[in-house]
Design a protein around this ligand. Structure first.
Ligand SMILES: [Zn+2]
Length: 475
């Protein structure tokens, strides 16, 4: 059984077979647990330093790569030949995570020609020993990955929106964050892993010691103790003044009873994004299954957001009041984001618990026409997240997900007689059919149509089972 590479962690585990824990569980689910942290004064300083070190490392690599690219393109131009036959005399840099780690280690340890010189005559990065070395290595690996995304996008091998050259990390412009790996294989006893819970309220991280955290940890601790979850890495990030930790790793499959529930709705259930609610679910017989209020609660939060924005606008730039108003606005943003995430998790969990077959509309979120109405764009964003969560939770719980083709007129078709309207305004909340006289809630109508959707060819059923690799990359 191959174990993940301790240096690259999750990067190589994408390519290998799932690891096995010491209790014999096959860890094939990519799972992340997130907790808010309550660091002490010393830990807070170290957190800030680590985030700074990450920015520093990323910028170091980007500057080297940028300079190398510029020199090579200047040489190409000097040749007066744009053809691919003439190679510039300056060799191109390797963009791999390994070479980035090696180069940066040599540079910071004073073993490289361009290592920094200190006042006391020593060579190398003076403050390197204050921080866990993992901060530098993870930043190097992440930069390599960002550059790989950029180059594969440039070669046209990457789907989705084009990815540009990675941005330089400016303090105050990027979310302070960094990553630490749990340098232990899945077979290691929990008590000897570098990243571990020391008690229900404390997480130990290398160099940080036990750090206090909020929220219930019982579930994750039980999973770790039973060998059903292994932490690959801990990502720490600060939003609106609060540090959170995301523990990313691999977990065992859910219990058989969870994967094959007997009390689920047997027939296909259509899920349509609502205009007022987050989503509406109904079956082919027109029976509403569930309707999740969501956008309404978010709208209330938006009122607060607007007030916080106005307060900010009334303050004088550079004043204490401005600082206070800004942090209040950031806290409100954080609250809106947390509320949305919570609601979407609730809805997706409830749907996979209650239904055996889910039919979604094809949401090409990236390519969707940007809509100006706030409520609509909110529901679009929430629905995109909902379908992402439904896909992975469906796989965990043994639920089938079908995606109706993009041209299926789920909103415009009458669920009573099948007549398709030419046009249906977004503001129209009730569907009234001119042919059969049916009057029905617009979202419910669409959900019923989706539940009745059948692929044109039986073989073309889009049974979406996300691969482990795609799950890991979104985790
Ligand atoms: Zn009709």
């Amino acid at each position: 059984m191959s174990q993940p590479n301790p240096i690259l962690g999750t990067m190589t585990s994408r390519l290998t077979t799932p690891p096995t824990s010491r209790s014999g569980h096959i860890l094939s689910r990519a799972v992340t647990f997130q907790f808010a942290l309550d660091p002490n004064a010393q830990q807070r300083i170290l957190l800030d330093k680590c985030a700074g070190a990450r920015r520093f490392t990323v910028n170091h690599h980007l500057a080297r790569v940028r300079a190398n690219l510029d020199v090579r393109s200047a040489e190409r131009e000097a040749h007066g030949d744009v053809g691919e036959t003439t190679e510039p005399s300056t060799p191109s840099l390797s963009w791999s995570g390994f070479s980035f780690i090696n180069e940066f280690n040599a540079w910071k340890n004073g073993q490289s020609d361009d290592s920094p010189l200190n006042d006391d005559g020593s060579c190398g990065l003076a403050w390197r020993h204050e921080l866990p070395s993992d901060v530098f290595e993870c930043a190097s690996v992440d930069t390599a990955r960002a550059l790989e995304n950029f180059s594969s996008s440039k070669r046209g091998e990457r789907s989705g929106t084009p990815v540009g050259f990675p941005r330089f990390q400016a303090k105050g412009k990027v979310t302070p964050s960094f990553r630490l790996r749990n340098r232990a294989t899945p077979g290691t006893a929990p008590s000897s892993q570098p990243v571990r819970f020391t008690d229900p309220a404390h997480l130990r991280l290398p160099r940080f010691g036990p750090m206090k955290l909020f929220g219930p940890t019982l579930k994750v601790r039980r999973m770790i103790d039973a060998g059903r979850f292994h932490i690959y890495s801990a990502t720490l990030s600060q939003r609106a003044g609060r540090w959170t930790v995301s523990l990313t790793g691999v977990a065992a499959e859910l219990h058989r009873a969870e994967r094959s529930r007997t009390n689920r709705h047997a027939g296909p259930v259509g899920v349509d994004r609502g205009i007022i609610s987050l989503c509406v679910a109904a079956d082919a017989n027109g029976i509403p299954i569930e309707s999740f209020e969501g956008v309404k609660i978010l709208k209330q939060a938006l009122v607060k957001l607007k007030a916080a924005n106005q307060t900010l606008a009334r303050t004088t730039p550079g004043s204490k009041g401005r600082q206070r108003a800004r942090s209040r606005l950031a806290r409100t943003h954080r609250k809106v984001a947390n509320t949305r995430r919570h609601l979407v998790h609730q809805a997706s969990r409830s749907l996979v618990d209650r239904c055996q077959i889910l039919v979604l509309e094809d949401l090409n979120v990236a390519g969707m026409v940007k809509n100006r109405t706030l409520a609509r764009s909110l529901s679009d964003a929430a629905m995109g997240e909902l379908s992402r969560q439904l896909l992975y939770k469906a796989r965990w719980h043994g639920v089938e997900v079908r995606v109706a083709d993009r041209f299926f007129p789920s909103s415009k078709m009458c669920s009573g007689c099948g007549v398709v309207k030419d046009d249906l305004d977004l503001s129209t909340r009730t569907y009234s059919c001119g042919a059969c006289g049916l009057i029905i809630d617009r979202d419910l109508n669409a959900a019923i149509n989706l539940a009745r959707w059948r692929p044109k060819e039986p073989s073309a059923v889009t049974l979406v089972v996300p691969t482990r690799a795609s799950l890991l990359s979104t985790a």
